[in-house]
Design a protein around this ligand. Structure first.
Ligand code: AMP
Length: 396
């Protein structure tokens, strides 16, 4: 497999799959440009080395045709501004105009194609659509880790048309390196912190984590399924009654593998799902009827902090409570602080999955951890032990 830094881009056109699926406000302004910024090193490297760049991405979930709110034209001002050049744009990705635009592109220039998902062929992984996309470039670079778990035309199928001229972009390579640093090379003790709403969406990740880690800290809404499975009273907390046997088997599997599971001993409970609700701190297995667990309690925070501070390698996915409401953000904030302190002491910390990233950004602590992944679903599948199709297509 070729590495990006070993490819000679002089006189070449590089077709790069990026992830510009960024949030827009009602005026179509980009409200968070992180994903665009993270694509810049690859683009700048190719331009600096004498190449031209054709960028392709999806934005949102269009129904299969043009929809103004999903046009990548909205991303153009931010992209041009960040790159410091006038990026060209064409309002389709495989039309005659699109090929004319990439055909006439000069070295040092950048062209952004319109949203790939205006064609249903993108998500269906259509072969002839992929072959058309391939006409735009001499080299194919995949730098879209966020969609690497999808066997779509632009993320996977297109790679076969660049047998000897394909590589990961710098962002994709660094995502892979950082996740492997946790999964394969992590110094012990190794700890995974899993939170979020539901156990059902994290079962496979948790099961794979149990084959890797020394400690598994569990927070968020999913804890109440574990606690109920153990016979505790969880009041009106979020519970997946059809997943209690799964929760139980995870607890048994942890015992078999010698993994220490840490559930929060206390919870902040509320009498309604609202920031204005009345609150109390109670034992997590004795939540009265009419009350629901909204965050981990102060004893759990202290306990989790101790585990985190004694770990050398830590992964955090999913908030500890309903952090979007200020009265239930303390648990996630304490975990974020402990991660930052452990990192300062030399531990390696990896944060990934939409909501824990949103939480650490909201607390202003994103600079104090080792690495923040851009992957949501892709990261989850990687952590499950699946070889992602977008990665395999480059390696094959
Ligand atoms: P996920 O996407 O599965 O990582 O879940 C993130 C969501 O879980 C966030 O929107 C949180 O508000 C929610 N969440 C965390 N703790 C709880 C809880 N105790 N009860 C209900 N929802 C929760």
């Amino acid at each position: 497999m070729k590495k990006l830094e070993n490819i000679n881009f002089a006189g070449k056109k590089a077709l790069i799959r990026v992830d510009f699926n960024v949030p827009l406000d009602s005026q179509f302004n980009v409200t968070d440009d992180t994903r665009i910024r993270r694509a810049l090193p690859t683009v700048n490297h190719i331009l600096k080395n004498g190449g031209a760049v054709i960028l392709m991405s999806h934005l949102g979930r269009p129904k299969g045709g043009y929809e103004e709110k999903f046009s990548l034209a909205h991303v153009l001002p931010t992209l041009s501004n960040l790159l410091g050049i006038d990026v060209k744009f064409v309002n389709d990705c495989v039309s005659d105009d699109a090929f004319a635009a990439s055909g006439s592109l000069e070295m040092g220039q950048v062209l952004l194609l319109e949203n790939l998902r205006f064609y249903p062929h993108e998500t269906s992984g259509d072969l002839s659509f992929s072959k058309s996309l391939a006409r735009h470039g001499d080299v194919y670079i995949n730098d879209a880790f966020g969609t690497a778990h999808r066997a779509h035309a632009s993320t996977t199928i297109v790679a076969q048309f660049f047998e000897n001229d394909r590589a990961f972009g710098f962002l994709m390579q660094s995502e892979i390196d950082h996740i492997n640093k946790f999964l394969e090379e992590g110094k012990r003790p190794l700890t995974a912190i899993m939170g979020g709403a539901k156990v059902s969406s994290k079962i496979n990740v948790i099961e794979n984590m149990l084959t890797k880690v020394d400690h598994l800290i569990v927070g968020g809404g999913m804890i109440y399924s574990f606690i109920k499975a153990e016979g505790g009273q969880v009041g009106n907390s979020l519970v997946e009654d059809d997943k209690l046997d799964v929760a139980k088997s995870i607890l048994n599997m942890a015992k078999e593998k010698g993994v220490e599971i840490h559930l929060p001993e206390d919870s902040v409970v509320a009498d309604q799902f609202s920031n204005d609700a009345a609150t109390r701190v109670v034992s997590s297995d004795a939540i009265p009827e009419g009350w629901m667990g909204m965050d981990i309690g102060p004893n759990a925070c202290a306990h989790f902090r101790e585990v985190i501070m004694n770990s050398q390698t830590i992964l955090w996915n999913g908030p500890m409570g309903v952090f979007e409401m200020s009265n239930f953000a303390a648990g996630s904030k304490e975990v974020a602080k402990a991660l930052a302190d452990a990192t300062k002491n030399g531990a390696y910390s990896l944060i990934g999955g939409g909501d824990s990233v949103a939480a650490i950004n909201a607390f202003g602590m994103s600079e104090q951890v080792s690495y923040i992944s851009t992957g949501g679903g892709a990261l989850m599948e990687y952590l499950e032990g699946i070889t992602l199709p977008g990665i395999k297509a480059i390696l094959d």
